[in-house]
Ligand binder design. Structure first.
Ligand SMILES: O=c1ccn([C@@H]2O[C@H](COP(=O)(O)OP(=O)(O)O[C@H]3O[C@H](CO)[C@@H](O)[C@H](O)[C@H]3O)[C@@H](O)[C@H]2O)c(=O)[nH]1
Ligand SMILES: [Mn+2]
Length: 703
């Protein structure tokens, strides 16, 4: 009976999306088994061949290899059952075009200096011009910077949108972030709409220079302040960390006069800066998302929410329809809580020097977790079902909520509505509520997204990971090594905290989510502790070499085979996998190097800080990633020259290890040249190889 309820009477037997597994998976499983046997042989060797000299170093090697091996087993979960999703947009349109649900879009920003307002509004404009009925769209900008500069930029954007949206839709231009669009090399001679193009380009550039100069000055002129009553919220007492809730509806979609220059309706546009007071925990992005959820519920209350970081513009104007195919599928849609798109970046260079592109993770691993129903929520580029984000358990009752949406027309005036919203964004609103625990995004973790996703799954929902050929969203990746490593530190620290908390997937998820999904989570949650065996491996064999203590079997011994096989097979496999995912050979090498760097810096610091945190010494923090760089740095980034950024302890560690291995390699080499016995040579070749490879990986700090 349910199958026949589609809009135009067409039988809804054909699904709105399908899921396909990968071919050749059986071959992978066999291959994986051979590596497993290799690993077990190594363990056995370590246990039965304990030498008399260097016993402790040897046992340490065993422990390190045991940890590596266990971690490797966990990583198999993300390759075991890789699935790909295919939505069918045209079917959605033919069935539900006039019944599409409303969608709320949240954009978060936190700092007008690290996140320039002109970039933030480009993201906002890109989502305002989605190919989607504008009266069904509401866009909310949350400003944790509490900055009138950002408010001013949004005000400018609300005016510019009247020109930009019709321009985009009329000429079908892409991408619809004006910043990204005008940054392309567009050949004016072959452009059919050259005239309109130059007009809008001028409008955009004028607006951008007004915003940028206001940001440069750091204040708003009185003349501009006269343009909107919203500016009155900023008096001399307002600072980033101390101010009242500010809610300003810049475009009221219900107002019949809210139209673009061609008379089409505009999406609703809201500025929100939740209350901040010293002494209150603000819970970073999670806190701002929860304020957004509440404020939007008062204004538009759409059943579907898209959330984006401020640097992440919409690259494909049809993504909403894509995502709705999952939610609105008659058979499976009602169980889907969120649809996560991969976090891709617009500024990745050819060989991706800091390996921010995550080719393999985005293409294979996340699709592999999806195969076990464990899709990670990545904090941006994610469509949520409001009820699941708000803490509801899955139940069959959610079946019809998207199909029968009614417009919730408000009778209040804009000012009344704003007034009603403000208390929802106040510090004390969450006192004695379940917000941050059972409702909304979970507090207390620097990767609020991953832990929130896990709790949603454990409430019975089935999220989806969708990696379309055309990128749905594009963000900005760090362009210097220090920033890249600090970002990884925050991630690995936050994830390790989850492992250590009551949300540990093996405990919290036990019996609620698939074992494969539990393991899949741990591939990332255990990044930080992987630093320990790595550190051991980059230090002890080198010291052994200097002291003449062999730690590996002789190369002519049969026991050497599993070491070579495991190392070679894993390396070659990762190379093939990476190239298959579209990376270059140099890019793959950079990736190997970045893992080697991250493991002894970001992950190690994250490990240490997590332990200190666990002992209760300091609360978690969130260092916002800068999205601006000066032109010199940018140039060097584009030329793929390693840029350290500020000096940091992390570099001291890398340099120490590089020097140690250089010495031990040189020492070993000297012994080879000045004659040692063949036996000794055979004993030390493995350690020399390790030192040689490490010198190669870390040499950038030596020159
Ligand atoms: O107090 C804060 C701190 C950050 N943000 C926003 O959160 C987003 C992500 O911050 P960013 O510094 O860009 O961190 P990334 O490392 O790039 O973020 C990744 O990792 C985060 C978790 O560590 C996730 O929340 C993000 O969605 C994910 O893109 C940005 O839009 C910020 O404006 C806030 O709104 N309030
Ligand atoms: Mn970011």
């Amino acid at each position: 009976m349910f199958m026949k309820m589609s809009a135009n009477g067409e039988e809804a037997a054909v699904p709105l999306f399908e899921t396909k597994g990968t071919k050749g998976n059986a071959a992978y499983k066999v291959f994986s088994l051979t590596i497993f046997l290799g690993i077990v042989s190594i363990w056995v060797y370590r246990l039965i061949c304990i030498p008399r000299t260097g016993r402790y170093a040897w046992i340490g090697m065993f422990v390190a290899e045991l940890m590596f091996g266990m971690y490797w087993i966990i990583t198999q979960s993300v390759r075991w059952n890789v699935v790909f999703r295919h939505p069918f947009k045209h079917r959605l349109s033919s069935r539900y075009e006039d019944k599409l649900p409303t969608v709320d879009i949240f954009v978060c920003t936190a700092d007008p200096i690290l996140e320039p307002p002109s970039m933030v509004i480009s993201t906002v404009l890109s989502v305002m011009s989605y190919n989607y009925p504008p009266e069904k769209l509401s866009v909310y900008l949350s400003d944790d910077g509490g900055s009138e500069l950002t408010f001013y930029a949004l005000l400018e954007a609300s005016n510019f949108s009247k020109y930009w949206i019709p321009f985009c839709k009329k000429f079908k231009v892409e991408p619809r972030s004006p910043q990204a669009y005008f940054a392309q090399n567009i050949d004016m001679n072959h452009l059919k709409f050259a005239h309109e193009f130059s007009n809008i380009k001028k409008l955009y550039e004028d607006m951008k220079s007004r915003i940028d100069s206001a940001v440069e000055k750091g204040c708003i002129s009185n003349e501009i302040k006269g343009q909107h009553r919203g500016f009155s919220e900023w008096n001399s007492k307002v600072t980033k960390k101390d101010h009242q809730s500010i809610v300003q509806i810049l475009i009221d979609g219900w107002n019949p006069n809210a139209v673009d220059i061609e008379g089409n309706k505009l999406p609703t546009l809201v500025y929100l800066s939740r209350e901040k007071r010293p002494g209150w925990a603000h819970n970073f992005k999670a806190g701002s998302m929860n304020a957004l959820i509440r404020v939007s519920s008062q204004i538009s209350n759409a059943p579907i929410i898209l959330n984006l970081d401020c640097d992440m513009y919409a690259n494909d104007p049809d993504t909403i329809r894509d995502a709705l195919c999952f939610f609105m599928d008659e058979k499976k849609g009602h169980q889907i809580s969120y649809v996560q798109y991969p976090q891709r970046f617009s500024n990745i260079t050819k060989n991706d020097i800091y390996s921010n592109g995550f080719c393999v993770i985005l293409k294979i691993e996340l699709a592999g977790i999806d195969g076990f129903g464990g899709t990670l929520y990545g904090g941006t580029g994610c469509f949520h079902r409001r009820v699941s984000l708000c803490g509801n358990k899955y139940s069959k009752d959610h079946r019809f909520e998207l199909h029968n949406v009614e417009s919730n027309k408000k009778d209040e005036t804009v000012q009344e509505l704003e007034g009603a919203c403000k208390p929802l964004a106040n510090c004390d609103y969450e006192n004695d509520t379940q917000w941050g625990k059972e409702m909304g995004l979970v507090y207390g973790c620097p990767v609020e997204d991953v832990v929130t996703g896990l709790t949603i799954q454990c409430r019975g929902w089935k999220p989806v990971y969708h990696n379309p050929t055309k990128d749905a969203f594009l963000g900005i990746a760090p362009t210097t090594l220090d920033i890249a490593l600090i970002q990884f530190k925050r991630w690995s620290e936050g994830m390790f905290q989850i492992f250590f908390s009551k949300y540990c997937p093996f405990i919290y998820g036990h019996g609620k989510i698939n074992l494969g999904a539990q393991m899949g989570y741990c591939v990332y949650l255990l990044w930080a502790p992987v630093s320990l065996p790595t550190l051991y491996y980059v230090v002890i064999p080198a010291l052994g070499l200097l002291h003449g203590v062999p730690l590996f079997p002789e190369v002519s011994s049969l026991w050497f085979l599993p070491f070579v096989y495991v190392f070679a097979a894993k390396t070659i496999y990762s190379l093939i996998e990476d190239l298959n995912c579209g990376d270059t050979l140099k890019g793959w090498w950079n990736l190997q190097r970045m893992w080697a760097i991250r493991r002894i810096t970001s992950f190690l610091f994250a490990f240490i800080d997590t332990i200190i945190w666990k002992l209760g010494f300091f609360p978690t923090s969130f260092s916002v990633t800068a999205k601006v760089v000066d032109d010199d740095v940018l140039k060097r980034y584009q030329q793929e020259i390693m840029e350290f950024g500020t000096s940091s302890n992390m570099f001291t560690i890398i340099a120490t290890i590089a020097v140690l291995n250089l010495f031990s390699f040189g020492w070993g080499f000297k012994n080879v040249v000045f004659g040692t016995t063949t036996r000794e040579l055979e004993q030390f070749i493995p350690q020399m190889t390790i030192s040689g490879l490490l010198v190669d990986k870390y040499n950038f700090v030596l020159i």
